[in-house]
Design a protein around this ligand. Structure first.
Ligand code: UDP
Ligand code: MG
Length: 310
């Protein structure tokens, strides 16, 4: 028999744990028929509610349910990594706990891998129904921007929901960086990926864990993690302002020689100094961002810490 590991990152999802289990088990009959055993790994990302307790109860009912509990909230990316590390299956699936990733797609994914020979089957939502318009707007701008800046393709609307073969999972695990941006990592490792499309499903219970600010920081993480274009942009600005300065010097000298008219007053000077120092600080900030990421990587801290494992 083959084994399919199902990984579910959860952060304060007490209302969804059992619902997710019930929904997943609807696919159990199909996988039994295909001679595939299921293993369900809930990764509790430092929840402060009864998430872990709910999983423990489930484990009492069904031995195939496992729990990894973090010592604090490390973020979804860390939860994904921990889940992938703990998975033993020839196949591994990654789903959100809130049922926004319908388990009913699993058989189709399984068939694409076993019959069509793909190494991973990913999903993207083609609509953003039910999402605040301002969020959709910034999301679209982000995908446009990052795809122009990065060599790694980041698919617009891609979800983390996917099924992977063992060698795909091992490839993901070999990228052990701390600043993890899964959408980029999944794409960076390559292999044949099939894309399934579906309409956005709204969250069943509870609230989204992603504030606008958290998403913004995640976007910056993605750009810095998968592109060095901002550094090139900083150099470009430097060159641009040097050229501008040379032109200004020449203009000033010629004016003095021809008209005996030294450029008047300090207002122009103040403007130029403010502008240039602003640009300098901006560029220094860009360099600083990369330095900060490098600093965190160099420390080689663990990606997550486990408090409890069942
Ligand atoms: N999640 C997590 N750690 C976090 C934030 C979220 O493990 O710090 C989990 C969350 O429990 C859910 C999934 O990641 O299963 C997606 O989160 P959410 O539904 O809040 O995001 P959205 O679907 O709104 O993008
Ligand atoms: Mg969700």
């Amino acid at each position: 028999m083959k084994l399919l590991s199902v990984i579910v990152p959860c952060y304060n999802e007490e209302e969804n744990i059992v619902d997710f289990y019930d929904e997943l088990m609807k696919q159990d009959a199909y996988f039994r028929k295909e001679e595939v055993a299921l293993e369900l790994i809930y990764v509790d990302d430092g929840s402060s509610d009864a998430t872990a307790a709910r999983v423990r109860e489930l484990h009492g009912r069904d031995e195939r349910v496992h729990l990894i509990s973090f010592s604090r909230n490390f973020g979804k990316e860390a939860a994904i990594y921990a889940g992938l590390e703990a998975s033993h299956g020839e196949l591994t699936a990654l789903l959100d706990c809130d049922l926004q990733d319908p388990p009913s797609l699993l058989p189709e994914m399984y068939e694409a891998i076993t019959r069509e020979g793909y190494d991973s089957v990913a999903t993207r939502r083609v609509t953003r129904k039910g999402e605040p318009p301002i969020r959709s707007f910034f999301a679209r701008r982000f995908y446009h921007l990052i795809n122009r800046m990065s060599d790694t393709e980041i698919v617009d609307g891609a979800r983390d929901y996917r099924m992977m073969t063992r060698r795909f999972v091992d490839a993901i695990l070999s990228l052990s960086e701390i600043n993890r941006f899964s959408k980029g990592i999944f794409s960076w490792v390559g292999f044949e990926t099939k894309w399934l499309e579906y309409e956005n499903v709204e969250r069943k219970k509870g609230e989204t864990k992603w504030s606008f600010w958290k998403l913004f920081r995640y976007a910056i993480e993605g750009i810095i993690g998968f592109s060095t274009a901002p550094l090139a942009f900083a150099s470009f600005l430097g060159v641009l302002f040097c050229v501008l300065a040379v032109i200004l010097i020449i203009v000033t000298i010629i004016r003095k020689l021809l008209f005996g008219d030294p450029t008047s007053g300090w207002p122009s000077l103040v403007c130029i100094i403010s502008l240039i120092s602003g640009v300098q600080l901006f560029c220094l900030g860009i360099v600083g961002q990369y330095l900060a990421k490098t600093y965190m990587e160099v420390k080689r801290r663990p990606i997550y810490l486990v408090k409890e494992e069942i």
